[in-house]
Design a protein. Structure first.
Length: 162
């Protein structure tokens, strides 16, 4: 039996003792336990050590790479290659993920912001009013209420006739 196998067997036989000891240490050293957990977490998830995180933090000036937010910075990484890109605030990290974590999603969002579909209606950049959106009662100004898709009638306007 190799030393590694022996140690593993010993651990299995005395597992409860090790778990109890770890729990006691965590309760007596909550800050160290939290730091240890964080260090193990970023190593496991992103392959970086706390020193790498600190260098990245310093390089970015202590804030999100996209804005000036300084709290709750998260490691941003490419989900396909697992490559770490930088530190982002929760909002921007989530936004990039929701846009597909790729350039195509970001370019589509940028194109949408630059040329919103409402502009193509010829109404400029005005607020939607009763006259420009169409009246829901069937009178002039647009499609009648009963011509709207069923899901609009049932869910968007609860007090509207079905």
């Amino acid at each position: 039996m190799t030393k590694k196998e022996y140690n593993h067997q010993y651990y299995l036989e005395h597992r409860e003792k090790y778990i109890t000891k770890a729990i006691v240490w965590q309760q007596e050293n909550p800050i160290s336990a939290q730091r240890t957990h964080w260090a193990n977490d970023i190593k496991r998830k992103y392959g970086i050590i706390p020193e790498d995180w600190a260098r990245l933090y310093e390089k970015q000036g202590g804030h999100c790479a996209l804005c000036l937010e300084t709290s709750d910075l998260q490691v941003d990484h490419d989900h396909a290659t697992r490559e770490v890109r930088g530190l982002l605030c929760h909002t921007h990290n989530r936004a990039i993920g929701l846009l597909g974590d790729n350039e195509k999603g970001l370019v589509s969002a940028l194109e949408y912001l630059r040329n919103p579909p409402y502009r193509s209606l010829g109404s400029g950049n005005k607020e939607i009013s009763e006259g420009s959106a169409g009246r829901m009662d069937g009178s002039e100004g647009g499609k009648g209420w009963d011509q709207r898709p069923m899901y609009l009638r049932q869910y968007l306007w609860a007090d509207a006739p079905v």
